[in-house]
Design a protein around this ligand. Structure first.
Ligand code: BGC
Length: 337
């Protein structure tokens, strides 16, 4: 597929304030993928939170997993209550905002139990159905079961980990393979074209729409390798190439990914999350100049149906928390949406 430049139909003129210094920033709200609704969440409570130690923002790094309310993880999208779980007919139980937190008892809570048959079938990337024997909050052999949010709780009755943000209306693992945190990595490759900031976006084949070409960290894999592998597979169709071609592409990716800035590390409000399994990601930005950008031959592969350089504009619609992550990356280049 030839490289394309996507521009959303109703593109609002991109405002590039290159000289703007990004000042006071509520990192927790922004990067956790809060929507408009988050702005009405009380900011009076804070708790220490393992967001990232690398963010170059000055000021407090205390933001809050404890005041966060996930939305997509409760089946709410664009303020519309859909409740249906991705790729299934199963519907979550409704969880009102005031009942999200596990530390506040809710005796009427009746979550729906669901684990997809593809997960129950026991592929290599999935845990066994019995969570009680797993060593949570640790590096467990080749699997990192630690959360960026800190130590998560384990339900005493079931031995299952509890979502650090709170109730989702569903127990089990849904489509996720791991009990507890499921780690992903997201490479954000950006460039300026004619004064407009763009990033490389892929269209997910699972119906999730446009997204950063990220993917799951495999057992024993480092995040930096996941970033390169996922980019190669989804944006440059690495898997369909001969060994020689693949080596050349990987060498280019190695060069391109040599210097990155960490944009986000933490819990993701993902529509696949459940009370016992959730997504976390590390997003890194790799900014390229014209000469390197010209060498990137985009070709969709693996889980991606299409790939393109996409303008970073205010009305971007992206998968899970990706819009917030892209907004955060844009700020690093003086672009405020
Ligand atoms: C995707 C990542 C995403 C993560 C959390 C993964 O399946 O590949 O791009 O950040 O889920 O939503």
């Amino acid at each position: 597929m030839p490289p394309c430049v996507c521009r959303a139909a109703a593109v609002t003129k991109q405002v590039v304030w290159r000289s703007l210094v990004v000042g006071s920033l509520s990192i927790g709200n922004v990067a956790f993928g809060w929507g408009i609704k988050d702005k009405i969440v009380s900011r009076s409570r804070t708790c220490t939170f393992a967001f990232t130690s690398h963010l170059p923002f000055s000021g407090s790094r205390t933001a809050s997993i404890c005041r966060m309310l996930h939305y997509k993880a409760r089946g709410l999208d664009d303020a519309v209550e859909k409740l249906s779980y991705p790729g299934s007919e199963v519907k979550r139980a409704h969880v009102p905002d005031e009942h999200v937190k596990f530390d506040k008892p809710w005796s009427d809570y009746q979550p729906v139990e669901y684990t997809a048959t593809s997960v129950l079938a026991g592929p290599v990337w999935a845990d066994s159905q019995d969570a009680s024997t797993i060593s949570f909050n640790k590096i467990d052999g080749k699997i990192d079961r630690q959360s960026f949010t800190g130590e998560y709780k384990i339900d005493k009755e079931t031995g299952r980990p509890l979502n650090p943000v709170g109730r989702t209306g569903m127990t089990g693992r849904g489509l996720l393979g791991r009990w507890g945190p499921n780690h992903a990595a997201d490479p954000i490759v950006t460039r300026f074209l004619e004064g407009k900031l763009q990033f490389i976006a892929i269209k997910r084949k699972d119906g999730g729409g446009w997204a950063i070409p990220g993917g799951m960290v495999e057992a024993g894999e480092t995040v930096s390798l996941t970033l390169k592998r996922e980019f190669g597979e989804e944006a440059m169709d690495l898997n369909s190439k001969s060994k020689e071609e693949a080596d050349k592409i990987m060498a280019k990716i190695d060069e391109m990914f040599a210097h990155g800035i960490e944009i986000f590390k933490g819990y993701v409000d993902d529509p696949r999350n459940t009370d016992n399994a959730w997504m976390e990601t590390v997003a890194m930005n790799f900014h390229v100049d014209d000469s390197i950008a010209a060498e990137i031959k985009l070709e969709a592969g693996d889980d991606a149906g299409a790939v393109c350089w996409m303008d970073i504009v205010p009305d971007l619609k992206l998968y899970a928390s990706h819009k917030s992550i892209i907004e955060e990356a844009a700020k690093k280049h003086g672009v405020v949406l």
